[in-house]
Structures are given as C-alpha cells and as structure tokens.
Design a protein around this ligand. Structure first.
Ligand SMILES: [Cu+2]
Length: 455
C-alpha cells in the first residue's frame, strides 16, 4: 500500500469521528422515504397464527395448553390470514421490494408483500391452507413449498407441476399440512431465489414438543452481491459483499431477547449460495430439528456451531443460563463483515488511469456516503502505518449506536454497534428486571410483543 493511502487510514483512524461525520445533515431515513419497513408492518398487519382463537390459546382452553408458541422473526413480520370455513387463506404477492439492509444501504430486491425475505407464514399441523398467489414481477414465476409433503399439483415447479404464473396473473395453491416443522416457500428458479424470493413456512405441532420453550425465534440467512453505488443484486455473482439475517445486516439486526433461565428455540433457514456455520456465544445448544421436522432426543448432543447448508433448516434449543449480550453469527470470516473492503485498501476499484489522488478521493466519497455520524472507536498504534498488514480491522469497526437504536438495544455498552457486522445478531439474556424494562420500552414504542409469553 502506498504512503498516501496509508496516511489516509492513519488520519482517518485518529480523526475518524470528525472525518466520517461530514454527512451529518443527510441523516439516515432519507433513503427510505415511502417505503414501509417490515418492522412497521409488524405493528399493523400481524395476525395470530391461531386465527380467531386469539393470541393466547393457552388461556382459552385446556387442550391449547399443549400448543406451541408462535415463532418471532425479528425484522420480519408475519403474513396475515383470513378464515374461509375451515381453510386458512393467505394472500401472497411476489413483487419488487426496496430493502434497507444497512443504515446507509438500500437495495432493489424482489420479495413478497413488500418484504424481503417474504413475510413469515405460520400454520398449525393439520391445517388446510390456501395461498392465493399473485405475480407482480416482470417475469413468470411460481411458488414451491420446500419440504412439504403435498400433492404434485401443488409443488410449484414451472412446466412440471404447473404452468408458470405469468406477470399479472394469479394462481391458487391449496393443501393440507400434515407435518410439523420449519419449512420454506420460494420461487422455483435459482436466479429469483437470489433476488430474495424466499420466506419461512412454519408448521407448529399439534402437541407442543417437550421440553417446551419460552422463546421461539427464526432467522433467514442471505447473501448479496451489490457493488458500491449499485442497488440491484448481481444474481450471477459468486462473490458476496452483503450478508443478512432476516434481510438486515448487523448492527441493524434487532437483538433477540430471552429471560435469564428460559429455554430458547432458534430456527435457522438458509437459501443462498453459501453454507453458513452459525455460532452462539457463551452457551451450548442441541439440534432438535431440521428442514425435515423434529429430531429424536437420542440424536441430540452439545455444540455451539451448526453448519446450515443451502436449502437446509436447523432448529437449535438451549437454556439461556448466563446473563449478557451473546453473539449469534456466521463464523465464516468474510461473513462477519460487509462491503466496505470493496473500496478500501488495495482491493479498491481499479481503473486504467488510477492515481493516488483518485484512490484517496474514492475512499473519501465512500466515507461521506455514510449519511450519519459514526466513529471508529478502536485505538491504533502510533507506528501502525509502518506495520505490514495494517489496517485490518481499524476501518471495519464503525460505531453507529444512535442510528440503529431501538428498545431492544437499550442498555448495551457504548459503541456496541462497532462490534457487529455482516451476518450477526445477538441474544440478550436478561434478568427479570432488565427484561421487563425493555419490554416496557417496546410497548411504549408501539412494538408488538405478542410472540412471547410475556405479553
Ligand atoms: Cu456465512
């Protein structure tokens, strides 16, 4: 690396807050006008997967005591349904979607009902389900129900089990769900999947599994190739620079919450190009299920990293024994960060007439393109620029606590967001008082808390 570029890094590290804070007037949010985020959707459009029986079937009759909790998908809402006689009717619309994946990055993905990934479908084992599907994409598509044992006419493979659903057309799927488990729905075309056309389809068991869990969370893993200054994912690329859980990159991922001493289920679903080893800090878990349903207890053994391969789901459970903010993240080193490296260091965009001035200019414009104040809190050595290999992490750690603030981040240590990048989230295991404090803040903020026992 040249001296000029090295000096840029050194100066920016020392004066990071000031230098990278130039865009303060452009505050986050301006990119998002007119777009209703899934978090907003959650406030108004959520229906209980138990339909008209209400949010708390456990309080309604004794049989329902054995029923499972609904799953919560942070940063993603549920797809509502209506009842038509004994049939649960869902309306699913495939369409282009703007998705804010980071405070300074919004992409033009494809999704369902204004959301990417698609809104979560939750049903009960034994349900009769009808999905009225509408295609508002510019090309034909179809819906595949991944892992479900249903008649071939419902399998959603173009030309094999049905005619493709043309743009502007509707298609009605209907089947009975005799299984329980963590399934997906997705377009049955590789390129459409990589534009984001996937979602959860969870079937809760007729009788809840034992031991019962107190919290049930779902995460969808995705990777994106979106070059700087671009918004459209390159679905042909094999190099990914943005990594997301439920459509957002850390630190924008909403932390999961668990009461100290509670039992937590985490369902992890992967439908991208890469396999992801998902690691939990500070606790051991057991794999209690796959994309094929519940695994017998005799197969459970302790681990803290589970490889979630493409087209797989892994369901893990653990006792939240130790208080703290514990990371949950993909452990592939390049998935623990996002795209900043595209422009920084010697991996920046090269052109035939590249000069040092242009190189520094590119870095400066990248810094300015982050439209809010953030800081690079980690100290560097006085002689850093003389050490081969510098910088490695100095420019990855950008703190932006205020920009990603929400009730679930209340009480985290200052600059916590500098430690969160790429495919990461955290589970905050909280003693009673702190847990209740955050719930109260969620309620005050108008956030729904119906996914837990606590509401
Ligand atoms: Cu990964």
């Amino acid at each position: 690396m040249s001296g000029t570029r090295r000096r840029f890094f050194h100066d920016a590290a020392v004066f990071g807050a000031g230098l990278f804070g130039l865009g303060e007037g452009l505050r986050a949010g301006t990119l998002e006008e007119g777009f209703q985020s899934p978090r907003q959707n959650e406030n108004g459009r959520h229906h209980s997967p138990y339909g008209s029986k209400g949010r708390h079937p456990a309080k309604e009759n004794t049989l329902a005591h054995e029923r499972a909790l609904p799953m919560a998908t942070p940063d993603l809402a549920d797809l509502p349904h209506e009842m038509d006689g004994g049939v649960k009717v869902f309306r699913l619309v495939a369409e282009p979607v703007k998705r804010k994946i980071a405070p300074f990055k919004t992409i033009d993905a494809w999704g369902y009902n204004g959301s990417c990934p698609g809104l979560t479908i939750q049903v009960q084992q034994g349900d009769r389900v009808r999905v009225v599907f509408e295609n508002r994409l510019p090309e034909s598509t179809s819906m595949h129900w991944h892992g479900l044992e249903i008649p071939i006419e419902q399998d959603g493979v173009p030309y094999i089990s049905q005619k493709p659903v043309a743009p502007g057309e509707k298609y009605v799927y209907e089947f009975t769900v005799h299984q329980e488990g963590t399934f997906f729905y997705h377009a049955h075309s590789a390129m459409q999947e990589m534009m984001g056309l996937i979602g959860f389809f969870v079937a809760h068991p007729e009788m809840d599994h034992k031991p019962r869990v107190d919290h049930d969370y779902g995460l969808i893993l995705q990777e994106w190739a979106v070059l700087p200054s671009n918004t459209v994912p390159n679905t042909a690329s094999m190099e990914f620079n943005w990594l997301t859980f439920n459509g957002v990159s850390a630190p924008m991922t909403t932390p999961l919450l668990a009461r100290l001493g509670s039992r937590v289920r985490l369902r992890i679903l992967n439908l991208g190009m890469d396999h992801h080893p998902i690691h939990l800090h500070g606790h051991q878990f057991v794999v209690t299920g796959t994309e094929g349903g519940r695994a017998p207890e005799s197969t459970w053994y302790p681990m803290n990293t589970v490889l979630v391969g493409v087209a797989q789901a892994r369901v893990v459970e653990f006792e939240a024994k130790y208080p703290g903010a514990w990371m949950i993240h993909c452990h592939l080193p390049h998935h623990m960060m996002n795209s900043m490296m595209d422009l920084l260091s010697d991996r920046q965009i090269q052109t035939a007439d590249q000069t040092e001035e242009k190189a520094v200019g590119q870095m400066m414009s990248l810094a300015k393109s982050v439209p809010f104040e953030h800081v690079h809190p980690s100290p560097i050595a006085a002689n850093a620029e003389k050490v081969p290999g510098f910088p490695q992490d100095a420019f990855m750690e950008m703190a932006m606590d205020e920009v990603v603030e929400r009730p679930e981040t209340y009480g985290l240590p200052k600059n916590w967001s500098a430690g969160m990048m790429g495919m990461m989230t955290m589970i905050r295991v909280l003693p009673e008082k702190e847990y209740d404090e955050i719930l109260a803040r969620k309620k005050a903020a108008g956030a729904q808390t119906e996914h837990g026992h606590e509401s």
